[in-house]
Design a protein. Structure first.
Length: 142
């Protein structure tokens, strides 16, 4: 008897190999998404830093004051104008909209006296020599 076709064992081996390859692809894709979100965080914070320096230059050397930490990009702090951080749609904005964290975290801004500021965000992985919680100040990133 000459039968053509695949045996059950051959089909199960092929299905197992396909399952293993798809699992590896999903894991690799998750890592790439994490790296992309971290890269976006750093780019967002550099843009906010640039907008804050423009604000500082045009407002007598001060930064928007916030005695308590505010969440950038939230409803109440969605744009940066000459009046500081405000709701969306502010006129003559330095930045509109102010970016929010691409993941589940947030960007926190604090400037107690207006002479300096601190923005903090949490990275999911490692970008260059940065890992964990990063801090942006007028003097740079750490």
């Amino acid at each position: 008897m000459n039968k053509k076709g695949f045996t059950l064992i051959e089909l199960l081996v092929v299905i197992a190999i396909i399952g293993l390859l798809s699992t590896l692809a999903v894991v690799a894709l998750g890592s790439a998404r994490e790296k992309a979100r971290d890269a976006k965080r750093l780019a967002d914070l550099k843009q906010v830093q640039t907008a804050l320096e423009s604000y500082n230059n045009e407002n007598g050397g001060v930064y928007p004051s916030a005695a308590l930490a505010i969440t950038l990009g939230s409803t109440n702090y969605a744009c940066l104008s000459s009046a500081g951080f405000a709701v969306t749609g502010c006129a003559n904005a330095y930045m509109d909209p102010v970016p929010s964290d691409p993941g589940t975290g947030s960007y926190s801004y604090i400037s107690a006296d207006g002479t300096t500021y601190t923005i903090t965000a949490a990275l999911e992985g490692t970008v260059g020599n940065l890992t964990g919680t990063i801090t942006i100040t007028p003097s740079g990133t750490k």
